[in-house]
Design a binder for this molecule. Structure first.
Ligand code: MOS
Length: 706
């Protein structure tokens, strides 16, 4: 069962519409509808807000502003934890970011709620806000510094060096299912059907905000339509729906509009990087430097680790990576699709390509020459380091030897080029528990608060149980995403599958021991043994300890690896970039299910294409608003943008990660993909764009004249 490409067990109910997402859940009964009104300025205060007209509309049940909102825990400073912190709404007349909630209407229908919200009069006293990121310099307040040796003399003495500035824009997660919930308060208990990725972690912040005990809240997220980081942090819809049901004693549902997902859910921070590389004539790296500046907010400093992505990618005697924050009057940033790696590797692997070009060394050869087995960030060996295998295997499959010399290959009006980039993504272990129960009636039940955000958790959990207990998958009932179940680790940080299945495997093995103790190790039917010896059924909880308690995580650094290849065509007149084919080769431990794994990997590769060519959330520098805050103008790759694409998973097993040899893959596909596309554009045209995304307006001035 483990390792088989089994189709998702929840596929049929999803495609036939029977899987109920949070906003569609029917258990609470008839619900009221909440509508959030967002601020029309980026920074300043509310001079006057008048909700009288909204309150008079028939069917309106409440209108809240900062004048009359219920008491919540006070906001915390920027140092507070991302998950534990209270996130109160309507705290004062201050506006901290564009679109910040200024009023909340609850009514008997969505139409009434939206209409009434539109009747609220707000006058603002706008103040000048800080909305533009400026380039870092030596006076920046550098954090997260890793320094080995001294890069400056190495840069001075190098046969070839790169010292370039790269920028990446704001990105958003934007899954298909919007952030949405139904909150239901009855008998002193709050049940929240919520689109979220990590239940027990979010519950802590929600309880703090609402000033409830944690055991007064149940979160249920049985089906989640994509996350990409946007459903990790607690947001306004959950806080306001919860407060409203507690006030009205009726269920309240709130869905953010697509535009509100841009303003009320955090973004990937924009970044400006200075990358410095030095090498001897044979391509041996002598210095690696990556300084990155990212946006943060006064309220909160989510530190997207852009600058450290290259730290353990290649060997170097001199290393300096560090990060600085620039506080802008914007919403706090949040995790978004491959935080750190997606933007950081695109930049870093572009710089490596520039170095290869200057040295006249093949870019794959340069990467192989500087292979390493050491993580300077953690001062420990890298387990499962297989970057070179990925590069070599991919080069062979892709036909890398056919790569053209820079700006020499043409196919009609298309200038054609190949690009390559490396991927590396941390594998994280966190505490997780799962309960497995064998019922005498012939079913096995698994319970965990782990979510399935469309990735295949329901399926891989059933596969592991079926294999370990020797039962058919059809008798395994997987019950996920209820916060009353044992605490899993949730879907985030690419850690869900590995940590969940390891804890499930351990629970199953405990059950096998218990059965063997009374039946011996040989029997035909585990259910018959359970009926005979455990008429009430039998259950066990499997656990995985956090990395800090696991010796393997003290002695080794666990990462996953990959190599991305892209072939692009660039239109010689318009600068339009078109992918022609893409390949990713990955080494990510044992693969539980190659079908769901491949879906995740190619999905991640497509995010990489978005970052290289399309995605760019633009801030209006006058008002701090998102100029293109909708899916019509925030461009993402569509099917027509992605031609031949393939993801290869090398046979792998990482015994330092866990006893199943499994590591996370969720965000690995994104890794170097953006860099491979950028490097292919350079190979096709000889034009290097360092300000992402690579749009035709940036290429146009440099295209050859005909
Ligand atoms: Mo991921 S950005 O940790 O969902």
């Amino acid at each position: 069962m483990i390792g088989q490409g089994i189709s998702r067990t929840d596929g049929p109910i999803k495609v036939t519409g029977r899987a109920k997402y949070s906003y569609e859940r029917t258990e609470p009964g008839t619900a009221l509808y909440g509508q959030i009104l967002g601020a029309g300025i980026g920074f300043g205060r509310i001079a006057r807000i008048d909700a009288a007209a909204a309150e008079r509309v028939a069917g309106v049940r409440l209108v809240w502003t900062y004048h009359n909102a219920p008491e919540q825990a006070p906001p915390e400073g920027p140092e507070g934890d991302m998950m534990d912190r209270a996130r109160p709404e309507f705290v004062s007349d201050r506006i901290d970011y564009y679109g910040m909630p200024v009023a909340f209407v609850v009514a008997e229908s969505l139409e009434i709620a939206r209409h009434a919200a539109g009747l609220i009069e707000v006058e603002y006293a706008a103040e000048p806000g800080r909305y533009a990121l400026s380039a870092p310099d030596e006076t920046a307040d550098w954090k997260s510094e890793t320094r080995i040796g001294d890069i400056d003399p190495a840069l001075d003495d190098a046969a070839a060096m790169v010292d370039e500035t790269y920028s990446t824009p704001y990105h958003f997660g934007q899954p298909m299912e919007p952030n949405a919930c139904i909150a239901d308060w009855r008998d002193g208990h709050l049940t929240l059907f919520l689109a979220t990725q990590m239940l027990n972690q979010l519950l802590v912040g929600l309880a703090a905000t609402l000033k409830l005990e944690r055991n007064q809240i149940t979160i249920d997220s049985a089906f989640v339509g994509g996350g990409f980081g946007s459903k990790i942090v607690l947001h306004a819809e959950a806080v306001l729906a919860s407060l409203a049901t507690m006030a009205l004693h009726q269920p309240v549902k709130v869905a953010l509009t697509r535009r509100q997902i841009f303003t009320l859910v955090g973004h990937r921070p924009a970044s400006i990087s200075r990358v410095r590389l030095a090498a001897s004539a044979d391509g041996t790296l002598s210095a690696v430097g990556h300084d990155a500046l990212i946006q943060t907010a006064p309220s909160e400093a989510w530190d997207e680790a852009i600058s450290t992505v290259g730290r353990a990618l290649y060997a170097t005697p001199n290393l300096l990576t560090r990060q600085a924050h620039q506080m802008l009057d914007m919403k706090a940033a949040e995790p978004v699709r491959g935080p750190g790696e997606l933007a950081g590797l695109m930049v870093f692997e572009s710089a490596i390509d520039e170095l290869a070009d200057k040295l006249g060394v093949d870019p794959i050869e340069l990467r192989i020459r500087n292979d390493t087995d050491y993580d300077p960030g953690k001062n420990s060996p890298l387990s499962g380091r297989r970057l070179v295998d990925c590069l070599r295997d991919g080069a062979e499959r892709f036909g890398w030897s056919e790569r053209p010399r820079t700006a020499t290959r043409r196919d009609g009006r298309w200038m054609v080029g190949y690009g390559v980039a490396s991927s590396m993504r941390g594998h994280f272990q966190t505490s997780a528990e799962a309960l497995v129960r064998i019922d005498p009636d012939g079913t096995v039940v698994v319970r965990s608060d782990m979510t399935d955000i469309g990735t295949g958790t329901y399926t891989i959990v059933a596969q592991v149980v079926a294999e370990v207990l020797g039962v058919p998958m059809s008798v395994v009932r997987v019950e996920l995403a209820n916060s009353d179940h044992p605490k899993g680790n949730g879907a985030g940080g690419s850690w869900g599958a590995a940590n969940t299945t390891v804890s499930v495997d351990r629970a199953c093995k405990t059950l096998l021991e218990q059965v063997a103790a009374v039946s011996g190790r040989v029997y035909n039917d585990i259910f018959a043994e359970v009926r005979r010896h455990f008429p009430e059924g039998i259950e066990a909880t499997g656990r995985i300890v956090p990395a800090s308690d696991d010796p393997n995580y003290q002695t080794h650094s666990q990462y996953t690896y990959g190599a991305s290849f892209a072939e692009v065509g660039v239109d010689i007149d318009t600068g339009e970039v078109r992918l022609r084919r893409m390949l990713g080769v990955f080494a990510a431990g044992r693969i539980l299910n190659p079908k769901t794994a491949r879906s995740q990997l190619i999905g991640g590769m497509i995010w990489g294409v978005g970052a290289a060519l399309h995605e760019n959330a633009a801030v209006d520098p006058r008002h701090g608003s998102w100029v293109n805050g909708d899916l019509a103008e925030y461009l993402i790759p569509t099917h027509a943008d992605i031609p031949a694409i393939d993801a290869i998973m090398l046979d792998d097993f990482d015994d330092k990660a866990n006893h199943l040899g499994v590591k996370g893959i969720g965000e690995l596909g994104a890794g170097g993909t953006g860099g491979s596309v950028a490097n292919a554009v350079y190979n096709a045209t000889g034009i290097r764009i360092r300000d992402f995304p690579i749009t035709l307006s940036k290429l146009l001035p440099h295209l050859p004249r005909r």
